[in-house]
Design a protein around this ligand. Sequence first.
Ligand SMILES: NC(=O)c1ccc[n+]([C@@H]2O[C@H](COP(=O)([O-])OP(=O)(O)OC[C@H]3O[C@@H](n4cnc5c(N)ncnc54)[C@H](OP(=O)(O)O)[C@@H]3O)[C@@H](O)[C@H]2O)c1
Length: 315
Amino acid sequence: MRIVIIGATGHIGSWLVPRLVAEGHEVLAVSRGVRAPYHAAPEWECVERVTLDRAAAEADGSFGPAIAALRGDAVVDLLCFELTSAQQLVTALRGQVAVLVHCGTLWVHGVPRVRPYDETAPRVPFGAYGVRKAAIERYLLEEAAAGFPVTILHPGHISGPGWAPINPAGHLDRCVFDALASSEVVTLPDDGLATLQHVHADDVAQAFVLAIARRDAAVGEAFHVAAAAPVTMRAYAEAAAGWFGTTARLAYMPWESWQATVSERDAALTRDHVLHSPHASIAKAQRLLGYAPRFSAVAAARDAVAEMYPSRTLA
Ligand SMILES: NC(=O)c1ccc[n+]([C@@H]2O[C@H](COP(=O)([O-])OP(=O)(O)OC[C@H]3O[C@@H](n4cnc5c(N)ncnc54)[C@H](OP(=O)(O)O)[C@@H]3O)[C@@H](O)[C@H]2O)c1
């Protein structure tokens, strides 16, 4: 197939593009050309690079038509954060593609009422990002019901070599891993039992490949794409200490006090993760797509952390 990837050189695209090329697809990689993929792969030599600024092109209405003009059989949209962006793309692709695969987020569920939860769980998102993604999903599923071929994949926290994963305290500062590596006390918010559900970027890529290959089963559906099970902050900290050959020394502090011990940005990130505490079932993707993640949540994070400590051999 001829496949257009919008936002092709980021966390997901860096794994997805080589996978699609290896399967024999013709791939067109759309980005501004600002950043390179996270890792080199020979498959990129077979890819047609398309330089396009989505924000600028959407502003003058040319983005949708520009993507349609690439004549993809399938379009993968990794870069859609606004309802108007989805609307412009769908309008341009109507009658033109076999499938549009949109990247959503587990955050569309907001604070889950029941855990684990599947794709039928209510959408009660909070925060601008989750609210917008949920509005896009609602619109796309309405379009699907009206005959437009679209599939939505909702990843958990995407992790992989080349960028820092969400750490056991729920934020991105590597000081938490430094502390675990040197047997220093790490203090977690509340009881450390909030959950995190990482997913390796290559497992996300796997799901996108499957959504295209099995589009007969996937069109009109939304799927959770995450590690098979979440991990508590506490268990994650214990595992991460083990990578460095140490034993975690953990302390706990009520949220109100804990938040004052970190930067405003870290506190906001942790709060977001603690409130969401994802525990998304991946059974639907396993059943309909054959999705089989290679990495647990902890293993996905470990793969990222290994590259952050090149002089250490992690257990
Ligand atoms: N990160 C997570 O943990 C997470 C979790 C759940 C869902 N998601 C979803 O994952 C998707 C993001 O995927 P990702 O993490 O792979 O993305 P990413 O790493 O942020 O990469 C963004 C890609 O888009 C390109 N890009 C950025 N701005 C652009 C513009 N204005 N016009 C054209 N290209 C542009 C970038 O290349 P250039 O800079 O060269 O243009 C790059 O190829 C989003 O839909 C997000 O909601 C992410």
